[in-house]
Design a protein around this ligand. Structure first.
Ligand code: C2E
Ligand code: CA
Ligand code: CA
Length: 662
């Protein structure tokens, strides 16, 4: 359950943050790549334009040189004249012969062929250029047969972009580029300046800077949104993991932290024991009834804080619900753990001198690092439930038997509704015999579960579970229906019926209209009320005395016989006899266990019988197994006997066969 919640929270967190973060990176990355791409294209266009200009100029020089020399009559004067015409645009011109010798040069700055060609151009493409130049020369660009220009990256590397902003007139590129134009018999080499100024790019840079600024602002805004989202998520997380009563961590946090801790410790240190603790403050409801819920919650908060102070590093504590707390403690074994828990209780005790608080504790050790915290806690709860009330300190340790019991409980709970629908619960009847004549005087209806896979299941294996989960209310109603229906059937068949008693669990005594409810069921079958007896346990007297007294009075007024079951078992109180007027007292079977007629138990039985007689009650002795006991009870003028000596509980068909013969 808690795990599902935890998963949902995690999914919620992941869903909101990650798409936004990824989205931001993708958008910003995309825009930046686009900007850089656009800028590079722009720059290359400018560069190509400048290079193309130099190239065209060089071609013009080469062609003019070819033209004046067509008749092989070039003279230095003609060359000087030609050079002078273009000298504003040219830096230098030189002509190489077929063997690489310099035929003519415009200045002393004669480019040595080896280094002259730091930049090489071949109008016909790269391959030709390579042929034309020396090995160390680099072709900075080439023009293919379609006239498209391809610029070598080395040329781009020569350019200093850092100046663009400082000064638009700053030269970004100021390179001497030798254009090498191969002609028929010679090569014309023209030196042009490649100049690119900052202002050529400045507008583009400004535009792009603006874009970058927008991107940055957008990113900042987005980041801010993300940060606030994370902050608000952290806050939400804090709320999700906070207990509203104690202000500390809540149950979800307990499960999360404990799970992490268990995984960590169990993988690491094998000698360290971890224990999941369930601690319950007893009688919290009564405390709230007396002092109110606000005081109750304040008390829980104070207990939480006192416990918190005693937690060691890595240990976990949380308020679970009502007056329950969960803890994950580390210890070396039972002894140390009991000592710690007792110390905790003592500290709480000394902090509340004005009230006596009582606690019950369940412990379940962690065995495997993959153990589920909720299961461990439930085991600890079971250990607390099964630990005796009178133990001091009341600490119960979970064991494997309890685990089997839990599995059985889970099975019972899973099957019970279906069992009721499929009529798997069967009524068994145990006869009650009168003393003296020893004839059938009544019977008790006892339930049996005929389970489709488990077979015959006795009531002690499921009644206590039903009493805990409330299903006993449905089962008792079912039994009452079955008994009333059976009595109606027998009456209709003309048989002489004896009263059949039905057990009424103490859980029923929370409803004030219990008597009306019982009447309503029985009346559906139109049977006289005196053929039904209702067995109440004495313990119901201690729950809600008033409801019990009123119900008994109403039931007796309605003509039902009411008996007090198990008298003398558990905490019996003669006081209940004083206040409660009932018809039958059933003396508990425990009085007759391992006892002979001289036993103290027998003495008490005879006194109880005497007392009941004086109070006008009938006596039924339960669990009678021997002739001796029967004789003793007959002597004591006990009215009826129920026990294996006469008969065990049996199915209705058998009861009919044995006792309904006309
Ligand atoms: P209980 O109401 O005290 O029922 C008497 C129990 O004592 C029955 O056990 C019965 O079989 C047993 N018993 C009778 N005579 C002897 C005897 O001579 N020797 C021994 N050793 N035992 C004897 P059972 O049927 O197992 O029922 C156990 C308990 O389960 C009942 O105790 C009753 O508290 C509860 N129970 C059974 N059926 C119902 C039901 O329909 N509703 C409720 N609420 N409780 C039921
Ligand atoms: Ca009974
Ligand atoms: Ca009984």
């Amino acid at each position: 359950m808690e795990k599902t919640k935890e998963k949902r929270i995690r999914r919620l967190k992941r869903k909101r943050i990650w798409p936004s973060v990824i989205g931001l990176f993708v958008i910003v990355g995309f825009i930046l790549v686009a900007i850089v791409g656009e800028f590079t294209t722009l720059f290359i266009n400018i560069l190509s334009r400048e290079l193309m200009y130099g190239y065209r100029l060089s071609m013009k020089v080469a062609e003019s040189y070819e033209a004046i020399g067509e008749d092989n009559s070039r003279t230095p004067e003609q060359m000087v004249e030609l050079y002078h015409d273009m000298m504003d645009e040219l830096e230098a011109v030189c002509v190489y012969g077929a063997q690489g010798e310099i035929l003519w040069s415009s200045s002393d700055m004669i480019p040595k062929k080896e280094e002259a060609v730091t930049a090489v151009l071949s109008p016909m493409g790269k391959e030709v250029a390579v042929d034309m130049v020396l090995s160390e020369s680099v072709s900075l660009f080439t023009i293919d047969s379609n006239g498209d220009m391809e610029i070598n990256e080395k040329l781009l590397a020569m350019i200093d972009f850092s100046n663009i902003y400082r000064d638009g007139n700053q030269l970004l590129a100021d390179e001497d580029i030798w254009y090498l134009i191969p002609m028929n018999e010679h090569t014309v080499c023209v030196l042009c300046k490649l100049r690119i100024y900052g202002h050529d790019l400045q507008m583009a840079v400004l535009g792009m800077s603006f874009l970058v600024l927008v991107v940055v602002l957008f990113s900042l805004y987005y980041l801010w949104t993300l940060v606030s989202m994370v902050i608000s998520q952290k806050r939400t997380t804090k709320i999700i993991y906070t207990d509203m009563i104690t202000g500390g961590e809540n149950w979800l946090a307990f499960i999360r932290k404990s799970t992490k801790r268990i995984r960590k410790v169990k993988r690491g240190r094998a000698n360290k024991k971890l224990a999941v603790i369930h601690l319950r403050m007893k009688k919290y409801r009564s405390f709230c009834t007396c002092f109110g819920f606000i005081k109750g919650e304040e008390l829980i908060e104070r207990i939480y804080l006192l416990l918190k102070k005693q937690m060691r590093r890595g240990e976990v504590l949380a308020h679970h619900e009502k007056a329950d707390f969960g803890m994950l403690l580390s210890c070396s074994g039972d002894e140390e753990l009991i000592l710690r828990l007792t110390t905790m209780l003592q500290k709480i005790d000394s902090s509340f001198p004005e009230i006596k608080l009582k606690f019950a504790i369940g412990v379940c050790y962690v065995e495997h690092f993959h153990d589920d915290v909720e299961d461990l806690y439930n085991n600890a709860v079971l250990a607390r439930e099964l630990c005796g009330e009178d133990k001091e300190p009341q600490i119960g340790f979970f064991n494997i038997e309890m685990s089997k019991q839990r599995l059985w409980e889970q099975k019972v709970e899973a099957d019970m509704e279906r069992a009721l629908e499929n009529r798997e619960f069967q009524v068994y009847l145990q006869p009650k015999f009168s003393t003296g004549e020893e004839t059938l005087g009544g019977a008790e209806a006892l339930v049996r579960w005929i389970h489709p896979t488990e077979g015959f299941v006795p009531p002690n294996k499921f009644i206590p579970i039903f009493e805990r989960n409330g299903f006993i209310l449905k089962l008792d109603d079912y039994m009452l229906h079955e008994v009333a229906r059976q009595q109606a059937e027998w009456i209709e068949q003309g048989w002489k019926v004896v009263p059949i008693s039905v057990n009424v669990s103490r859980a029923h005594f929370t409803r004030e209209d219990l008597a009306e409810h019982i009447c309503e069921i029985v009346d559906q079958y139109h049977v006289p009320h005196n053929v039904i007896e209702l067995e109440l346990t004495e313990s119901a007297f201690f729950d809600d005395k008033q409801v019990l007294l009123t119900t008994v009075r109403k039931l007796r007024n309605a003509g039902f016989s009411v008996s007090m079951d198990d008298f003398g078992a558990g905490y019996s109180s003669l006081n209940s006899l004083k206040e409660l007027s009932i018809d039958v007292l059933k003396i508990d079977a425990d009085f007759f266990r391992g006892a002979d007629s001289l036993d103290r138990g027998m003495l008490i039985v005879s006194e109880v019988i005497d007392l009941a007689k004086k109070l006008n009650m009938k006596i039924v002795a339960e669990g009678i197994e021997s002739r001796e006991q029967v004789d003793f009870l007959t002597d004591q003028e006990c009215d009826m006997i129920q026990g294996y000596y006469f008969a065990k509980p049996m199915p209705i068909e058998e009861f009919e066969k044995n006792y309904k013969k006309i």
